[in-house]
Ligand binder design. Structure first.
Ligand SMILES: O=C(O)CCC(=O)C(=O)O
Ligand SMILES: [Fe+2]
Length: 325
């Protein structure tokens, strides 16, 4: 990977089947190598993106006692405001580490499947989002973004299906009621470089099918681990989202695709590393009861699957609980 790969979603959607397969092959190579790429011409309206971006910025500007009104009620509660000190992502990899230098606001699905009674699902991914009263336009802007980015994720899953030599709508039956989470992240300004070993986000892999990330334009700090074991910068690409696949997708593809280790560091003060940095991360996750079994196109004839089937929801819950401080 000499330069960061970018795919053009509008071009894919307008392409004929042969051109789609060709673009799919490119995406397959990227997902085998790093699973990180940028998506341009994604079709998400600027107003929707700017709306939630500004609301989140204004929310993080509030004093801590105001933000704490929408605080998660107990450690491990998935939604609402998580202040500094609440999470260490490196713990998901079994690495003991100080808390990440960040705060976040988190929200879950906008609707619940009718008749859902599973207690774990109700207590975890369908738990209520604790909305802030301030700023006033926060909730509508959040919901507009959540629903638009959910649609974008479904469109990217179509590209993935083609890349995996499956029918383009293959994943549709798995993502009719996705249990995705949206997270606005704020990495506060620092007066001095942090102590050795404390990061903005510790080294981790994402858990689900697909992450759609909007890093602050022009900001630095996001890094991925290369196959050679070196950290490499992910540049923000103007007007594009950074996407990456998560552990569930690696498992689904029998490790044909990789869920790459990444982190957010404070770059040097000269490069703006002590400045506040904001991002939006959407963690797309198939329906709670979707059974994730090795994809038929990811097994050669006679080859055995490496993993047992898992249910999407309980799998995600197990991963999430490990990172709570
Ligand atoms: O803020 C970022 O740029 C990335 C954050 C991230 O990787 C995560 O929260 O999973
Ligand atoms: Fe991540």
């Amino acid at each position: 990977m000499s330069s960061f790969p970018v795919i053009d979603l509008a071009a894919f959607e307008a392409a004929d089947p042969e051109k789609k397969r060709q673009m799919g092959r490119e995406v397959d190579l990227i997902c085998r190598a790093s699973g990180f790429l940028a998506v341009k011409n994604h079709g998400m309206p600027d107003e929707v993106i700017n709306g939630v971006w500004t609301q989140a910025h204004d929310f993080f500007d509030l004093p801590y006692d105001a933000k704490d009104k929408s605080k998660a009620p107990f450690p491990g509660y998935p939604y609402g405001y998580l202040g500094p000190g609440a999470e260490a992502l490196a713990k998901s990899k079994g690495v003991d580490s100080p808390p990440d230098l960040k705060e976040s606001f988190n929200g879950g699905p906008l609707t619940m499947p009718p008749g859902l009674t599973d207690e774990e699902a109700l207590a975890f991914c369908y738990a209520a989002t604790i909305w802030p009263d301030d700023p006033k336009g926060f909730r509508p802007a959040w919901e507009a973004y959540y629903s638009s980015v959910t649609d974008l994720a479904a469109r990217i899953m179509r590209v993935f299906a083609v890349a995996l030599e499956l029918p383009e709508d293959y994943f549709q039956s798995y993502i009719g009621a996705p249990i995705s989470a949206l997270r606005a992240l704020n990495y506060p300004e620092l007066d001095a470089p942090p102590p050795e070993g404390q990061l903005r986000a510790g080294a981790h892999t994402d858990y689900g099918s697909l992450t759609i990330l909007l890093p602050q334009p022009g900001s630095k700090g996001l890094e991925i681990m290369t196959p050679e074991g070196a950290w490499r910068e992910v540049p923000p690409v103007d007007g594009a989202f950074v996407i990456n696949i998560g552990d569930l997708m690696a498992r689904w593809t029998n490790d044909r695709w990789v869920s790459t280790l990444h982190r957010v560091v404070n770059v040097s003060p000269e490069e703006g590393g002590l400045k506040r940095r904001q991002s939006l991360a959407f963690f797309h996750q198939p329906d709670w009861f979707a059974s994730i079994e090795t994809l038929p196109s990811c097994l050669a004839e006679g080859e055995a699957a490496k993993y047992e089937p898992v249910l999407s929801g309980p799998y995600l819950m197990g991963k999430f609980k490990k990172t709570v401080m």
